[in-house]
Design a protein around this ligand. Structure first.
Ligand code: HEM
Length: 335
């Protein structure tokens, strides 16, 4: 029996849109993802494929009573917890300039009693630049330089951005902020939601931000120019020597209805914020080496009492981080 034309088109339309949806849910192969990072952002042997230019530091975290009220995690006990930190500049280039309005990162490894660890990689923006691993992969493909011209195709980038406007929000935020005066003077957000479980079993979702105890500090365009492209590591060494570097670990508490599965969407303004504890940075590596060089700050490693949300970007980070670590270890890890 012949199918009327309109019905046939409807069937084709349904199957096309179903396959497009299915496509967007196909897990991204972590090897393909790291290959695409290299194809788009450049390959620098031995360096992290993201946050390549960085410096190791150590510190101590002390949890607060508010932290203990929200979560049974041993990190909030109030006893000093050793932390292995890494501060870095966004991007794959180990020679990235320190004096531009790009992303800064603060990655942390808390070493907890009973062999537990908490790993996290936090960024100097309240949101990330893609909502799903599939969108990140497509973004990288759209921005891949042509092998001949060595430049990305502006038409491809525009078409991708027009179809995925949320990928521009993070860049807009960073452009709206001054160049950070120091690794120690900018806020670092976790961007994903996590849940915190207390001794009564009550769960509270939230998104965290590490805020400098002495406040944020930015540079004017003139000051940034004068600082030059390599000042952040020495600045941090100096400020830590003076005992000035500390952050409050603050949790913005989610309310019912808040979107918790999208790293491009911050919690609404004005959510209650509680201080879970204070992180003090106590030493900075004198050179590019240090214990953080071989650490993979996989944010899916967390203590009992803290659980991940179902943000697809969060779980998608674990495998590519492992692939990237494997590559840089075999190349001879640097920074
Ligand atoms: C599917 C999504 C993502 C992929 C595939 C990805 C990929 C990577 C890779 C390959 C590295 C280098 C890891 C290493 O060599 O140890 C890295 C580092 C990093 N990423 Fe991501 N990333 C993703 C999402 C995010 C998000 C949402 C954030 C926001 C908080 C983020 C923040 C960071 C930071 C701060 C570092 C530097 C960590 C360090 O100092 O070692 N990433 N990322």
């Amino acid at each position: 029996m012949a199918i009327p034309l309109l019905s046939a088109l409807a069937i084709i339309g349904t199957s096309l849109s179903t396959s497009a949806t299915a496509q967007s849910q196909i897990p991204v192969n972590p090897v393909a993802m790291v290959n695409q990072f290299e194809a788009t952002n450049g390959k620098f042997d031995g360096y992290r494929r993201s946050g390549a230019k960085g410096v190791c530091a150590t510190g101590e975290f002390t949890g607060s009573p508010e932290g203990r009220a929200l979560s049974v995690a041993s990190v909030f006990s109030g006893k000093p917890i050793p932390v292995l930190a890494r501060f870095s500049v966004g991007g794959a280039n180990p020679k990235a300039a320190d004096n531009t309005k790009s992303q800064r990162n603060m990655s942390l490894q808390f070493t907890l009693p009973n062999g537990e660890q908490w790993l996290m990689g936090n960024i100097s923006a309240p949101i990330f630049g893609s909502a799903t691993p599939q969108q990140l992969m497509a973004l990288l493909v759209a921005r891949q330089p042509d092998p001949v011209t060595k430049a990305a195709d502006p038409a491809k980038i525009k078409a991708f951005n027009d179809a995925n406007p949320e990928v521009l929000l993070q860049g807009r935020y960073l452009a709206s902020q001054p160049v950070p005066a120091s690794f120690s003077s900018v806020n670092y957000w976790g961007v994903h939601a996590f849940s915190f479980t207390n001794a009564s079993g009550a769960k509270q979702f939230g998104k965290w931000v590490f805020e400098p105890v002495n406040g944020t500090q930015g540079l004017t365009d003139e000051e940034a120019k004068e600082k030059g492209p390599n000042f952040l590591a020495d600045d941090l060494r100096q400020r830590v020597k003076e005992g000035k570097v500390a952050f409050n670990f603050n949790l913005e508490l989610a309310q019912p209805g808040d979107q918790l599965d999208n790293a491009t969407v911050a919690l609404p303004e004005g959510r209650k914020k509680v201080t879970l504890g204070t992180l003090r940075i106590t030493s900075v590596s004198p050179d590019e080496k240090g214990a953080c060089v071989t650490v993979n700050y996989n944010p899916m490693v967390m203590p009992k009492g803290v659980e991940p949300s179902n943000d697809p970007m969060l779980s998608a980070r674990a495998a590519p981080y492992a692939v990237a670590l494997g590559r840089r270890l075999s190349e001879g890890p640097k920074q």
